[in-house]
Design a protein around this ligand. Structure first.
Ligand SMILES: [Zn+2]
Length: 193
């Protein structure tokens, strides 16, 4: 496991903000999500690198992911969101812990959004490739831009209707950032989020 500078900045920010307990819980669930991706990849005999923690999330590198077959890719990608779904059910029905349940169902749904580089986006791309072959990448890139622009628009609408609520807008900004940053790994190793 490795820590990015932004992770420490986030810790300082959270200490000042006074919500360290929630912060660590969120990180724990993000980490479990990544560990499930890695565990399934390892079960398929694939090489993995350290999990890197950032201020806003984490990622795990799986070497030569693109050489794996469709079924393996699908299972590796699904492992993360499914771990959050599982945790959601446990916290909802066995512990009745609202915060942990809500965090996990959010992580599950968020990561399944059909946009790059989230797990859902990669699964969507796999499906497109199966259907349209080489043309899939082109369509997928257009769809990504369309999706993020729509989300920014919805975020602005949400801001004005539900006054200081800018959660959708923040999600759109975060996606714009990670999307730009890592589009090119479509063609090499995998960095999972
Ligand atoms: Zn993931």
């Amino acid at each position: 496991m490795k820590f990015n500078l932004s992770f420490f900045l986030m810790i300082i920010f959270m200490i000042l903000y006074g919500s360290t307990k929630k912060f660590f819980l969120i990180y724990l669930f993000v980490l479990i999500h990544e560990m499930f991706h890695v565990a399934v990849a390892k079960a398929f005999g694939m090489k993995t690198d350290k999990i890197i923690l950032y201020g806003l999330g984490a990622n795990a590198r799986i070497i030569n992911f693109n050489n794996a077959n469709m079924q393996k890719k699908f299972l590796i990608l699904m492992a993360g969101p499914l771990s959050n779904l599982f945790l959601y059910l446990i916290f909802k029905f066995f512990f009745a812990n609202k915060f942990c349940a809500a965090t996990n169902i959010f992580l599950c749904i968020f990561n399944l959004l059909p946009v790059y580089p989230l797990d859902g986006g990669r699964i969507f791309l796999l499906a497109l490739k199966k259907m349209f072959g080489l043309q899939a990448n082109k369509f997928f890139i257009c769809f990504n831009h369309f999706f993020i622009i729509s989300l920014i628009f919805l975020g602005i609408v949400q801001f004005f209707i539900f006054m200081p609520n800018f959660s959708l807008f923040s999600i759109a900004l975060y996606l714009t950032y990670v999307n730009k940053k890592s589009f090119m790994d479509l063609f090499c190793d995998l960095y999972l989020y």
